[in-house]
Design a protein around this ligand. Structure first.
Ligand SMILES: CC(C)(COP(=O)(O)OP(=O)(O)OC[C@H]1O[C@@H](n2cnc3c(N)ncnc32)[C@H](O)[C@@H]1OP(=O)(O)O)[C@@H](O)C(=O)NCCC(=O)NCCS
Length: 180
């Protein structure tokens, strides 16, 4: 996913998420905090061939004023557990999905959809009009997810990913007013 270019810009505000979204599942979508970072990193490492560092997530949580960073948390018998996360950057009137993942055993339950919906609701409140993302050409799960949410393909970056030179598909969702 896209991430390196946008880190140094500092504007905009984000809103913390105190209230979980209504759901039939016992899953809460809430603001990511610094205590979540080790669990988020572990999930990130299980989900991506090029995971982010702990320092990167810490930066998102502590310093990056442009960052909307959420986790999905489930109540288990032995306590709460993080089963998803998303990072979205707000650049003036654009939202960029930097990363998103859901624990393998919780996939296809609508959790990614819920995290994106909440992140884009917050992005819209911060003034975003359009959302961009990049996805590996071979990542069919993610491409299905984005298509279901109304994202359209804008183009291809040939050989973009460092590890296997896979193409990146550029997608956008052009009207965020539906998230008002
Ligand atoms: C991509 C990913 C985040 C999707 O998370 P998820 O919680 O399983 O997605 P959801 O359950 O919210 O799915 C939302 C929609 O996408 C569709 N979808 C998700 N995975 C799919 C798959 N493998 N095949 C077909 N459709 C799929 C669902 O059918 C659903 O549509 P619906 O609500 O109309 O039925 C998850 O597979 C993941 O973490 N992958 C590894 C990390 C990754 O690739 N992140 C994306 C980087 S660009």
């Amino acid at each position: 996913m896209l991430y390196p270019l946008l880190r140094l810009i500092s504007i905009t505000r984000i809103q913390s998420l105190d209230n979980p979204l209504p759901s039939n599942h016992p899953i809460t979508i809430r603001l990511m905090n610094i205590n979540d970072v080790p669990d988020v990193c572990a999930l990130d490492r299980r989900s991506f061939s090029l995971p982010w560092t702990e320092k990167t997530f810490t930066y998102e949580v502590i310093e990056n004023q442009l960052s909307i960073h959420l986790v999905a948390e489930v109540d288990k018998p032995l306590g709460k557990s993080i089963i998803g996360f998303i990072v979205v950057w707000i650049i003036v009137d654009e939202a960029h999905i930097g990363t998103i993942a859901v624990d393998e055993s919780y996939r296809n339950k609508g959790i990614a959809r819920r995290m994106i919906t909440e992140a884009l609701r917050q992005a819209r409140q911060s003034g975003a009009l359009i959302c961009y993302l990049e996805v590996r050409a071979g990542n069919t799960s993610a491409r299905h997810l984005y298509e279901k949410l109304g994202f359209e393909v804008d183009g291809v970056r040939k050989g973009y990913y460092q590890d296997n030179h896979e193409d990146a598909i550029l997608m956008s969702l052009k009207d965020l007013t539906r998230y008002e």
